[in-house]
Write a protein that binds this ligand. Structure first.
Ligand SMILES: Cc1cc2nc3c(=O)[nH]c(=O)nc-3n(C[C@H](O)[C@H](O)[C@H](O)COP(=O)(O)OP(=O)(O)OC[C@H]3O[C@@H](n4cnc5c(N)ncnc54)[C@H](O)[C@@H]3O)c2cc1C
Length: 297
């Protein structure tokens, strides 16, 4: 069985290669615009996106070396586009948001994480999988420096007309031990309580952690600086401790954190669904509980 991993982050490439090794005996990795770690696969390729092109068009270069039974792709916006086009070229479909892969079948989420389904792909299997799905699996392989793939521009290439760097907050939540996740409970009558987000940041700073949020805070709440969120369509995290503050506990959010070591919920509504999904729960308002927690640490 041959697996082919496509990623655009070095860490994700290593984690997905480790997972690929659990389902295949030959593993190749292609990384777009980032370093390919050594010793993670049997063959490694690097694709540099040329000036004026976009990563979504890297599929042409990758198609020249793609020879696999299983393709495992990092679920970023660009890589999803690459893998979708590779699958289309083979008359296949991509099975997205996979939670596990075994015995030639994948368990994946559907309806925004409300349900799970087991599917077998016909022909080459194309999967998108969050790197955290493979937990602590260790990558292995003999690859050294990656082979540089020549760029193959598609017939109707996208043309990059302008770009601006995305300013990301300091802590990489995928590596944080503690994540303080802020939800709509931080939005009061006068809007987003940014002072309280500062308190969440103090808790994170004291615990080697980072601050994240539910989707509504990253999309549409005025004054919010969050550029990403946790959940089925966002980050899927496995920290030691996950603090759900002012988050109701909808399935679409919990899919992003339900493999955390300990989940602590703070919610003023004692009937909030989060209390059925946490290890420790505090019924109280975030305005009272978070400053007390920050002071106690
Ligand atoms: C296809 C699809 C994909 C989605 N993907 C995601 C995703 O990836 N991630 C995600 O997060 N959501 C996602 N959603 C949205 C999701 O369904 C929920 O709407 C969202 O998670 C709710 O966010 P929340 O818990 O912050 O807000 P709410 O559900 O509004 O909950 C706010 C909670 O805060 C509590 N609260 C209010 N004030 C206070 C206070 N002062 N102190 C303490 N508690 C307080 C309330 O009791 C309530 O329980 C998706 C939805 C769809 C349809």
């Amino acid at each position: 069985m041959k697996a082919f991993v496509i990623a655009e982050h070095s860490d994700a490439a290593a984690q997905l290669a480790a997972g690929a090794r659990t389902v295949a005996d030959e593993v190749a990795v292609a990384v777009i615009n980032a370093e390919v770690p050594a010793g993670i696969a049997d063959a490694a390729y690097h694709v540099a996106v040329p000036e004026g092109a976009i990563a979504d068009d890297a599929y042409g270069a990758i198609a020249t070396v793609l020879d696999a039974d299983v393709v495992i792709a990092e679920p970023t916006r660009h890589v999803k586009s690459v893998v979708g086009r590779l699958a289309a070229a083979k008359g296949a479909a991509v099975i997205t948001d996979c939670l596990s892969i075994a015995d030639g079948a994948a368990v994946s989420m559907y309806f925004g994480g409300v349900g799970q389904i087991t599917r077998k792909a016909k022909g080459t299997a194309f999967y998108t999988v969050a790197p955290s799905v493979f937990g602590d699996a260790a990558a292995s392989g003999s690859n050294g420096a990656a082979e540089e793939l020549a760029w193959v521009a598609p017939a109707n290439a996208a043309k990059l007309v302008a770009s601006e760097p995305v300013v990301k907050s300091g802590v990489d939540l995928t590596k944080a031990d503690v994540v303080v996740a802020c939800g709509r409970g931080f939005v009061g009558k006068t809007g987003l309580n940014t002072e309280l987000i500062g308190v969440a940041e103090q808790i994170a700073a004291k615990t080697n952690g980072g601050v994240g949020c539910s989707r509504p805070l990253a999309e549409g709440v005025e004054g919010s600086d969050f550029d990403s969120y946790i959940g089925v369509s966002g980050l899927q995290l496995t920290p030691k401790v996950y603090i759900c503050a002012g988050i109701s506990g909808q399935m679409q959010h919990m899919v992003g954190c339900n493999r955390s070591g300990v989940i602590i919920a703070i919610n003023k509504d004692k009937n909030a669904p989060i209390f059925k999904q946490c290890d420790l729960g505090v019924v109280g308002s975030v305005e009272d509980v978070l400053p007390a927690l920050a002071a106690a640490l």
